[in-house]
Design a protein around this ligand. Structure first.
Ligand code: NAP
Length: 283
């Protein structure tokens, strides 16, 4: 059974390939879809085949998917361009007769108010309309997203956010990668929409305490309003668009967009998800 992983030179993609191999996939059954073959030499050294998959070049996607059984479509990183990019993979999967298309989506993508949700919702709809047998992995936040927060706290002893008391059921990338590998390797799962998050949904006071434990000095979480946060980010040099995006993400967290976790991720991977402190320490 041939499994192709797109975005294979990205953080999540590499971990998915690690997990597939660790779970017994034969290296020559695994195909790394990458934009730049030169950056895949470590994967090739492990016996994995690397092929060019560039969402912006649909011909590369069509060529790569021919003869492939299962595909993991790792969502692209260019916000605003992703629906068209993902469409190239979905169309190619349909044309190639792929028997399992797995997609990394966002929590409650079809109903969420999170600023990132619309592109994931649109992609899920394209997948559904394509008729390709599919599995949706609605991944919550990576704990790794807080690397910058840890550095800020180390430098200043504090960090600010407009999330209020909102909670985040984060897990480490490795947890999400293992879940993808399980779903790709095992029979079944087709038709499922999995909401995947860490076992514990923490708030930002708990984040401050966890960072404090990791860096060994006190850390304060400063609750600020959205307009205050926007001004702080602008003063720190962020452009208007990026600052607005950060503030909108925080507003989503404040409204509970990332707060739910039903244990599906730990059930899929057969172990508890990586605790917040451990995930931060690994950074
Ligand atoms: N759940 C979360 O907290 C969270 C956080 C951040 C991102 N995400 C989403 O999850 C995805 C994977 O996360 P990550 O940490 O692995 O991100 P990452 O390290 O930035 O990897 C993104 C991957 O997508 C590939 N890619 C981007 N544009 C592409 C295109 N036009 N054609 C083909 N491949 C393309 C990149 O290729 P190159 O290696 O050539 O650059 C890279 O391999 C992200 O792309 C984003 O959609 C989720």
């Amino acid at each position: 059974m041939t499994i192709l992983v797109t975005g294979a030179t990205g953080h999540l993609g590499r971990l998915v390939i690690d997990s597939l191999l660790a779970r017994g996939a034969a290296p020559d059954d695994v195909v790394a879809g990458v934009r730049d073959l030169d950056r895949a030499s470590d994967l090739v050294d492990r016996g994995v085949r690397a092929v060019v998959v560039d969402y912006d070049r649909p011909d590369t996607v069509a060529d790569a998917l021919r003869g492939v059984d299962s595909v993991l479509l790792i969502s692209g990183s260019e916000v605003g361009r992703r629906v068209e990019q993902h469409r190239a993979v979905i169309d190619a999967a349909a044309a190639a007769g792929v028997t399992k298309l797995v997609y990394t989506s966002a929590p409650k993508a079809t109903t969420s108010g999170l600023v990132l949700a619309p592109e994931h919702k649109a992609t899920e709809e394209l997948i559904s309309a394509s008729g390709v047998p599919a599995v949706i992995l609605r991944n919550n936040w990576y704990t790794e997203n807080y690397a910058g927060t840890v550095e800020q706290a180390r430098a200043t002893g504090a960090f600010a956010a407009n999330v209020g008391d909102g909670r985040v059921a984060s897990a480490s990338r490795r947890d999400f990668a293992e879940a993808a590998a399980v779903v790709l390797r095992e029979d079944g799962h087709v038709g499922q929409v999995y909401e995947l998050g860490g076992d514990v949904a923490w708030n930002y006071d708990e984040l401050a305490a966890a960072i404090s434990e990791v860096i060994g000095s006190p850390v304060e979480y400063r609750r600020v309003r959205a307009d205050e946060h926007l001004a702080m980010l602008a003063e720190a040099g962020l452009d208007e668009g990026t600052a607005g995006f950060v503030v909108a993400l925080d507003a989503g967290i404040a409204e509970g967009a990332l707060a739910d976790s039903d244990g599906t991720l730990s059930r899929l991977i057969g172990r508890p998800t990586t605790p917040l402190v451990e995930g931060l320490r690994a950074l």
